[in-house]
Every structure is written in structure tokens, then in C-alpha cells.
Design a protein around this ligand. Sequence first.
Ligand code: 2U9
Length: 344
Amino acid sequence: MKDKLEALKEEALAAVQTASEPKQLQDVKVKYLGKKGPITEVLRGMGKLSAEERPVIGQLANDVREAIQSAITEKVEALEKKKIEERLASEAVDVTLPGRMVQQGNHHPLTAVIEEIEDLFIGMGFSIAEGPEVEKDYYNFEALNLPKDHPARDMQDSFYITEDILLRTHTSPVQARTMEKHHGQGPVKIICPGKVYRRDTDDATHSHQFMQIEGLYVDKNVRLSDLKGTLTVFAKKMFGEDRHIRLRPSFFPFTEPSVEMDISCFRCGGEGCSVCKGTGWIEILGSGMIHPNVLRMSGFDPEVYTGFAFGMGPERIAMLKYGIDDIRHFYTNDQRFLEQFKRA
Ligand code: 2U9
């Protein structure tokens, strides 16, 4: 009996040794320590033993059972530890690997120029006004002194949606709407940045969709000298303190008188170069005193109120400022172009 128990112990411990899965250990446990296992059988047959043999064999059987049980427990723990170690090794992060560069975005050059212009005018007391890009013919043309058969409508070939609705050709309708909301009470001092649309064939200097910034100041006693002072500050802040400006007579249906503003060339200082095409001057915007008809249509009494207005193309300003030769660069989003305008 003793030998049998010793042999069972050796056999069970060998099975525990060779087990490589928890399931195999469970099988060993059932086989040797289970209710129908050989050790239980020995314990059950104890009654047949002599009084001297019984405690000895009983003790031995318990010792064998405990030895097998603790070998199983130890092996389960060892297998679990091994499994964790293997997982840690396979999932290890190599902290010495070089990192991946994160692509950093930046402002689009046109956005940067628009924000710079906005900040300049905000600094002079203007607020920003916005309005719809899909506009009524009335606000886009009629309220701006461009009646239905006016020839100047041809200058702004338009995308019509219906007979009365179109994609705005300038941001002037925002100004007409804002003035209307003031019910004839000044002051109104706003700039209107936004997208505009014209039926144009795209080339280096034309785009069917582009940006505009227009501005307007309506109050009692607003004069051409206020326009000149305001736009001189703008030109100097935008293109350098030593810039001179000159106003040339022009025509716009919504302003009277109308003027175009040139700045002295920021490249050659007025001597004449390729930027100013040898003239020493660069045209940057159009402006004028708001036409009495326009004031009247937007609810202001032209006998009491006067105002100046101006309009500029930020693409043109950005092209001049950064030496960009093609307006299409702003809209084709070539990474090589955009990356040149990273802010410090
Ligand atoms: C109202 C009254 C007057 C806005 C003006 C211009 C002159 C002008 C062009 C410059 C280049 C547009 O970007 S561009 O194509 N604009 O020359 N715009 S005065 O005058 C207004 C606007 C609204 C109610």
C-alpha cells in the first residue's frame, strides 16, 4: 500500500511537471485527487487495514494528497507568471524609436491678410458686419444706385439663381442692409469682409469667386478728408509708415465723387520698378462719398447725413504684399504654397 501511494505520488508529480496548460493541471487534479481517484480509493479501503497500519497509511495518503495539491498550485502560479511575462515582452514599447512628426496647421495667407485688415479697422472704431452670399437683386444692385437697365451691371456679370436672386457680386449689399437696420440714425461705421462671385473666366488675376472687404462710415459731417485720413492710416499700417497715397478721380454708381487710391511703391519707394510697372504707384482700392440716392434708399436723409465708402480685394493686397503672381494659388491649396506662410 505504501509503495503504491509513493508510486502514485511520483506519477502525479511527473504529470504536473510536464503540464504546460492550466487545463492539463485540472485533469491531473481530477485524475489523482478526485472522488474516483486512486488516493480516495486508498482512503476508502482503510477499514480493511490493521489497527497499526491504519494511521501510518492514513498519514501517508494525506501527505501524498497535499504534496500533489501544492505541486499543482505552484505550477498554476508558475504558468500564470510565465504567461504575464510573455505578454509583457511581446507588448513592450520601444521608447527609443524615433517619433512621428505631427503636421502643424497654420492660417491660410488670405485669412491672415483679412484678419490683419480687420484688426486695423477695428482699431479705428469700425465693427464687422456680415450678410448672405445668396442675395436679392434689390440689395445687390437696386439699393446701390444700379437700376435694372444700368450699364454698370455688365461690369459685374453675375450668377443668377432666379430672376431676383443671385450670388452677391460684392459685399455692398451687407452695407445697404446694415444701414437699413439703423432706420436713418447714424453713426454707422462698419467693414464687411466676405466671399463674392462673378461670371469671370479664371486666370492669373481673375477668379469667379474671391474675397472683398468693403467699409462704410455714415454720420453727420463725414467728409472726403475723413476718407483720406482713414485710408492713409490703413495704407501706412499695411504697407509701411513711409508710404504716400494719392487719390485719382474715378466712377462707381454708388459713390459721388468716386476716387481710386494708389500708394507709393513699397519696393522702390516711387522710383519705378517691376512691382509698380515703372510708375512708382500701386492701385490698392476704390472709394468715394456715398451717393445721395444710396443714402436715401437705405433710409438716411442725405441733407443731414453724409458718408464715405471703400472697397478692396484682399487677394490683390496679399499678392502685392507677398509677391504672389497668380490668384489661383489661394484656392488650389497646394501644400508647398501654403507652407511658405507659416507664422513664427
Ligand atoms: C454702400 C455704399 C457704397 C463700396 C465701394 C468700391 C468703391 C470699389 C472695388 C475695389 C476692388 C471692389 O474688390 S474690388 O473688386 N470696390 O472700388 N467699393 S466704393 O461702396 C459702397 C458700398 C455700399 C451702401
